[in-house]
Design a protein around this ligand. Structure first.
Ligand code: ADP
Ligand code: MG
Length: 323
């Protein structure tokens, strides 16, 4: 049976030479970080709880990826460059197969994004994964939710809706062909944090948020902070390849209300359209212009004739009614 300290040493302590940012990593009472001069630290925490955020028995490698990806997505939404992260882990037992898979998924993404694990906590308990990420962003260049301006274009990266579609299939509410299901499941289990896009948009975009709980709900938070409203052109919404095969009503609903997309929704002035497009092209990230900000409050969904479509917002709320 693995002790707590053997477990940490075997799976989470990867000796690495100190660099300009991480002066001391796993193994002491604290890690020591040196943020680049002139930059602010961006810090965010997200927890994944078994039975709440993922099904019991979920593939540990995918969980390792997702636990870090959802946190990196928050750094992306601020335009911050990933620096380091901590991992607080409650495990029912020291299952080496599980730990090896989890560490594989976690470090594959960490290495791809150039972010180091610098510490954490490990305890026995119901499976719960909590990561805190730290990033750096030049003072005054962070993409804050409260910085949108009236008249800004509204943009979204990647595609929407496929993660929600996969979830509905896994819950037994829908069926899909195996080929489409595997496309959709990839989006649910292996979201792509848009860190490079967030950084490329510094100084160009005004405000940003990542879409974790559904576009309408998340955009709603940005609008509330910026005290503005928005119009979305329904026909411009970028459907994921699997949801694109669904009936029109379901497509629109999942694109507007589906969670787990981990795309960036951001605003930028219309004069910056070319700059936005070339920033996204420079990091090979597809983006779509989906609407505009306006004075007032709330979100209107427009059809191609500019008429307002009825819709219901069902953003996910952990203490709200289950949907
Ligand atoms: P302390 O008792 O001083 O809080 P711990 O005994 O909890 O320290 O942890 C020992 C070292 O291992 C610390 O440097 C801590 O950051 C690190 N650590 C513990 N759990 C993890 C983990 N899951 N991933 C990475 N580092 C961890
Ligand atoms: Mg200590």
């Amino acid at each position: 049976m693995l002790s707590e300290f053997e477990l940490i040493a075997r799976y989470f302590d990867r000796p690495q030479a100190p660099d300009n940012v991480v002066k001391l990593g796993v193994g002491d009472d604290c890690a020591l970080l040196a943020p680049p001069p002139g930059q602010t630290l961006a810090i965010s925490t997200d927890m994944l709880v078994e039975g709440r955020h993922f099904f019991a028995g979920a593939d540990p490698e995918k969980l390792g990826h997702k636990a870090l990806a959802v946190n990196l997505s928050d750094l992306a939404a601020m335009g911050a460059k990933p620096m380091a992260f901590t991992l607080a882990l409650a495990l029912p037992s020291a299952d080496e197969n599980w730990l090896a898979g989890f560490a594989r998924g976690l470090f594959a993404l960490a290495d791809a994004e150039g972010i180091r694990l610098i510490g954490g906590d490990t305890t026995r308990g119901p499976l719960n994964l909590c990561i805190t990420v730290m990033g750096s962003v030049p003072v005054d260049e962070a993409l804050r939710r409260d910085a949108a301006k009236n008249g800004d274009d509204l943009w979204v990266s990647g595609t929407l809706g496929d993660a929600r579609l996969a979830l509905e299939v896994l819950k037994g509410n829908l069926t899909l062909t195996p080929a489409l299901l595997s496309l959709a499941e990839e989006r649910l289990h292996r979201p792509t944090p848009r860190c490079a896009l967030g950084m490329a948009l510094r100084g160009i975009a005004h405000a940003a948020i990542d879409v974790s709980d559904g576009l309408l709900g998340d955009l709603g938070h940005l609008l509330a902070r910026s005290q503005l409203g928005a119009e979305i052109d329904a026909a411009s919404l970028p459907a994921g390849p699997a949801v694109a095969q669904q009936a029109a009503d379901r497509q629109t609903d999942y694109m507007l209300n589906g969670g787990d997309d981990y795309e960036l929704c951001f605003t930028a002035p219309p004069e910056q359209r070319d700059a936005v497009l070339s920033a996204a092209a420079s990091v090979n990230t597809p983006i779509t212009r989906i609407g505009r900000l306006k004075s007032g409050a709330g979100i209107q969904i427009l059809d191609t004739a500019g008429k307002s479509l009825p819709f219901t917002s069902q953003s996910f709320d952990h203490f709200g009614k289950d949907i």
